[in-house]
Design a protein around this ligand. Structure first.
Ligand code: ZN
Length: 361
């Protein structure tokens, strides 16, 4: 386009909405399989009182049970229900008519994460096997844009993410499971995490990394290298639900919320990130709702496992708190939303269909 014409257009229309965004960096966090029921209602008393799933009825009641859902959720996820609800937006509160869902029919992890990052539900993506994802994802797209090259990184507890995010093709570092981080200029703290992850317990399986270590990798990498887009994938909420351990499921939701508080505190205390970073928190699928046992599983045949939730806090998301509009947002919409927050247009480079961005304004 002719430069004078371009300037005239910019003057005529003002700068576009995306050009005015304050967001320069993006941090995306997922809590695998954490239900919206606990996010919005807190601990479920039926589950707390089912001895088979909770060996510490008294202790868990003291910590997480209160007279109203509002009080219970504040006990379970205090960061979400203080900072995020007061300064950001939380989607998926079905009790007041707002819905968040995956649109893929499979309702388990690989298809859920793939939908989240590629912006569509590809019927070919239908297993948790370590098959390289055929579709371009938004992290991969962002990593190719000017100013973002080599500034996009993922740390995850589950070792299937190198396939989901196709690290071989995408070229982004996807550090997953018990993979050692091998980079130039690695700090002593990151070296320690490389050692510690092999020495810490493998509760779920020998190759699953503890979420706390995944978190520390991510935070330390931010401190040391200042990446512009960070993805942290946590897993233990899902593992504890499958194991039928409601006590540890709740404890892990609480601990992850505390990591998010620490992360946001770091972001807002570091000039590189402060007031220039949007934090997005979600899950990859829901779970069943039939007490007391239905919550353990998820998948195609489990009623309600498509139901998820979403939280956003950052300089371009006006306060909406618990979103009350009667509408549904789908996981396939977020990839485009991530790119637009950074002033980019994933649709133009994806090479496949991509869901419309969520209107966060
Ligand atoms: Zn699962």
């Amino acid at each position: 386009m002719h430069r004078i014409l371009l300037i005239a257009l910019l003057l005529a229309y003002g700068f576009s909405a995306t050009a005015q965004n304050k967001t320069k960096n993006l941090v995306i966090v997922t809590l695998d399989g954490l239900r919206w029921q606990e996010v919005f209602r807190g601990a479920d008393s039926v589950m707390v009182n089912t001895t088979e799933y909770n060996s510490d009825k008294e202790g868990i009641t003291r910590r997480f049970v209160a007279s109203s859902p509002q009080k219970r959720r504040e006990l379970l996820m205090p960061f979400l229900w203080s900072s995020v609800v007061q300064k950001g937006q939380i989607y998926g509160s079905r009790d007041i008519g707002n819905r968040a869902e995956v649109s893929n029919p499979y309702k388990f992890s690989y298809p859920g994460y793939s939908e989240l990052f590629t912006g569509f539900a590809d019927p070919r993506v239908n297993s948790n096997d370590k098959v390289p994802n055929p579709n371009i994802n938004v992290l991969e797209y962002i990593n190719k844009q000017k100013g973002f090259e080599g500034k996009v990184i993922a740390f995850t507890s589950w070792d299937v993410f190198p396939s989901i995010l196709n690290d071989k093709r995408s070229g982004i570092i996807v550090n997953s499971g018990l993979m050692d981080l091998k980079i130039d200029g690695i700090s002593d703290r990151l070296k320690l995490l490389n050692e510690l992850q092999h020495q810490s317990p493998g509760f779920v399986s020998e190759d699953m990394r503890l979420d706390a270590i995944t978190y520390q990798f991510g935070k330390q990498y931010m401190i040391d290298f200042k990446p512009r887009v960070v993805y942290l994938g946590f897993d233990e909420t899902d593992d504890m639900a499958h194991a039928g351990n409601y006590k540890f499921y709740l404890q892990q939701a609480y601990k992850t919320d505390a990591m998010l508080a620490d992360l946001w505190n770091y972001i807002q205390s570091e000039p590189f990130y402060k007031d220039k970073t949007t934090l997005i928190i979600t899950s990859d699928h829901g779970r069943g709702d039939l007490p007391p046992d239905g919550w353990r599983g998820h998948g195609e045949k489990v009623l309600g496992a498509e139901q998820v939730w979403f939280a956003v806090i950052g300089p371009d998301t006006p306060v909406k708190g618990e979103v009350k509009t009667s509408s549904t947002v789908y996981h396939k919409q977020w990839a485009q939303t991530f790119s637009e927050l950074l002033g980019l247009d994933f649709k133009s480079g994806a090479g496949h269909q991509v869901g419309e961005a969520v209107n966060l304004k």
